[in-house]
Design a protein around this ligand. Sequence first.
Ligand SMILES: CC(C)(COP(=O)(O)OP(=O)(O)OC[C@H]1O[C@@H](n2cnc3c(N)ncnc32)[C@H](O)[C@@H]1OP(=O)(O)O)[C@@H](O)C(=O)NCCC(=O)NCCS
Length: 146
Amino acid sequence: MTATHRNLLWLPLARFERDAVRSALQRSGLRSDDVDVDAPGRWFWRFEEDDVPVGFGGIEVAGDAGLLRLVTLPLVRHRGLGGAMAEALEGEAVALGCKDLYVAPSGEDAFFGDLGYAPCPPDALPPAVAARFPGAAAAVMTKRVG
Ligand SMILES: CC(C)(COP(=O)(O)OP(=O)(O)OC[C@H]1O[C@@H](n2cnc3c(N)ncnc32)[C@H](O)[C@@H]1OP(=O)(O)O)[C@@H](O)C(=O)NCCC(=O)NCCS
């Protein structure tokens, strides 16, 4: 749905549809144990381009903060899909009432920096966000979206 990925679609996934999200997060070393926990404010999407799955995204809403997770499937990385999916997820986050998004970049600091995310000092993290990044608070990046 962006200039370079006009046919990108994202489909919200019910809890019973999230096996592939869990696997993709696991394979990328991202947190996956909470994917099908029945908690309010936890959203996951499958991204498709021309009917082919290309990645997954997640947002966990904590007040007016959102925690972002994003995976592009390995075979289609470095084609701009990650940026396009992040843009879509930022729109979803705003629609869900988020003002700021937070991400543990897992070494992808340059990617998120290019998208406008900046390092967030651990003492500036909202407590609910800090609690969701045990051991990674020092690396968290944030962006104002709302
Ligand atoms: C981080 C991640 C989502 C990026 O996905 P992606 O689809 O490769 O993202 P993009 O293609 O938009 O951008 C990736 C890089 O490719 C570059 N790029 C974009 N389009 C390109 C193209 N057509 N040709 C070559 N390079 C391109 C971008 O400039 C970017 O460079 P940078 O990392 O130096 O900033 C992906 O690597 C991933 O899933 N990693 C594992 C999970 C993870 O760590 N997620 C982040 C924490 S939640």
